[in-house]
Design a protein around this ligand. Structure first.
Ligand SMILES: [Zn+2]
Length: 475
């Protein structure tokens, strides 16, 4: 597909700022960007498809969701406003346990539709048996994905008691590692599918297996993406297993498991000194501000990590937690929550948070040679945004450009009107081309009604905080 975007603002996300061009255009040939610049230098007339921005569109790199567990989307709204310790055992589990594989697929479709409509072009999909999602959704719909197979050594049949050391089952870990390795062979020739390893967390697998995963990741020029120092549950286990003075970061350091092959999700339970060490070792970070503020009532240390010079990305985690898979929303949350948390309005300005969802996310994933910015030769993963909306008006460029501020603080995500992945239009004029959206939403509502009913009895018996809201007539 030969395509030209004309008469638009262009935000390249290259260089020190955001590389904004007024009255610009982008030309795409065979999935690659071949021209980028001002309209008066742009010869676009022979392009097969022309997207005319009429001076009120913005073209920018497709966004990268660096951490998503999409299979739980049918449980959106199932658990909220309860103590963190109740979140899974007295909340999510009652409904999630009734999800079938078809429900996972349906949930992922909804997450992907929501993400695409809000400008996400690459999804770091983290889950068990992730190949199924790739084969059913990401590959047939021509989407860009980093399938990350979750690896742990826990048994499905043993209840985890936070105060008792978990039992590890080496067979479970080996099987998961085999599934992860298989992804690389299965999708080795796919431009849009770049697998990664997902050791779940330091309290959920043995060091022996973690070393093995590290070796595999390095050998395959891939990375391992792990939940690191997420909170109390992990802290208790780490102290029980490794000694009362130990922390996740200390154990990883002693074991030589910190390096640029590691992507550390969350890191809430770390000190500033530990974060400094992670940055020095080249470890990347993913923060999920909406999800973590909603589940834990805390703000991920993204601002500190960025300030220290670390590479970071943002993700929407899972729908029951975060409530959404909209990266514009997430940029705003990352900025505003960090400002409040630091009592400092200068923390996490727009040019920083936009890069968390574009070029820095690409660097985090080791994919910045392909995606994350608009640059000649890079893959054409491009979105356009209609700026002619009341809440985005006005856009000015003199004496300075207010575009990035409006994009972060005023944008909702539903202004995205065209989505192009690897040069192929996936959404045109706000319509997703290959998805029957209405049918998918209807199916999801039908299935969710059944799932919520199945979980009802046990949920009521749990007597959780949320059950009290229900009994009081609030929900
Ligand atoms: Zn996660």
């Amino acid at each position: 597909m030969d395509l030209a975007i004309i008469n638009s603002w262009v935000m390249t996300c290259e260089g020190k700022g955001l590389g904004i061009i007024k009255n610009g255009g982008v030309r795409v040939e065979n999935g690659r960007i071949v021209f980028l610049g001002k309209m008066d230098e742009f010869n676009y007339k022979n392009a097969e498809r022309i997207i005319d921005g009429k001076y009120h569109h913005l073209a920018m790199p497709g966004l990268i969701n660096s951490h998503i567990h999409s299979i739980l989307t049918l449980c959106r709204g199932a658990v909220h406003d309860i103590p963190e310790i109740e979140y899974i055992p007295k909340g999510l589990n009652f409904f999630a346990e009734h999800l079938t594989f078809e429900d996972f697929i349906l949930g992922t479709k909804i997450a992907v539709i929501e993400g695409l409509k809000a400008g996400t072009t690459t999804f770091v999909e983290y889950g068990l048996g992730v190949a199924g999602l790739v084969n059913h959704i990401y590959k047939p719909y021509h989407l860009s994905v980093v399938p990350t197979e979750m690896i742990n050594e826990l048994s499905y049949y043993e209840e985890l008691k936070p105060d008792e050391l978990y039992n590890f089952h080496t067979g479970m870990g080996k099987a998961a590692l085999r599934r992860a390795n298989k992804l690389f062979k299965q999708f080795e020739d796919e431009e849009l599918i770049k697998p990664m390893y997902g050791p779940q967390a330091l309290d959920m697998l043995s060091l022996e297996l973690l070393h093995q995963i590290k070796e595999n990741a390095i050998q395959r020029h891939s990375k391992m993406h792990m939940h690191v120092a997420q909170g109390e549950r992990e802290r208790i286990q780490i102290k029980k297993r490794f000694g009362k003075n130990q922390t996740t970061v200390k154990v990883l350091e002693n074991e030589d498991l910190l390096g640029n092959y590691l992507i550390a999700a969350h890191i809430h339970d770390t000190t500033h000194q530990e974060r400094k060490l992670l940055v020095e070792k080249g470890v990347g970070m993913v923060g999920c501000p909406s999800s973590i503020s909603k589940i834990d009532g805390i703000v991920p240390p993204l601002a500190d990590y960025v300030e220290l010079g670390g590479i970071a990305g943002i993700g929407t985690d899972e729908a029951p937690g975060t409530g959404h898979h909209n990266l514009f929303n997430e940029m705003k949350m990352a900025s505003l929550l960090s400002k409040v948390n630091n009592k400092n309005p200068m923390i996490m300005p727009p040019w920083v948070v936009i890069k968390l969802a574009t070029i820095n996310a690409a660097k985090l994933l080791g994919l910045d040679h392909k995606i994350g910015s608009l640059k000649i030769g890079k893959r054409a993963d491009i979105i356009t945004i209609d700026l002619k909306k009341p809440h985005l008006t006005p856009i000015v460029s003199d004496p300075f450009c207010n575009l990035s501020a409006n994009l972060v603080y005023s944008n909702k995500g539903n202004e995205v009107n065209n989505v192009i992945i690897n040069g192929k239009p996936i959404m045109l004029e706000s319509q997703l081309i290959d998805f029957n959206v209405q049918e998918i939403l209807d199916n999801a509502n039908e299935r969710a009604e059944i799932i919520f009913k199945k979980g009802k009895e046990d949920w009521i018996k749990s007597g959780s905080q949320m059950v009290k809201y229900y009994e009081n007539g609030f929900i």
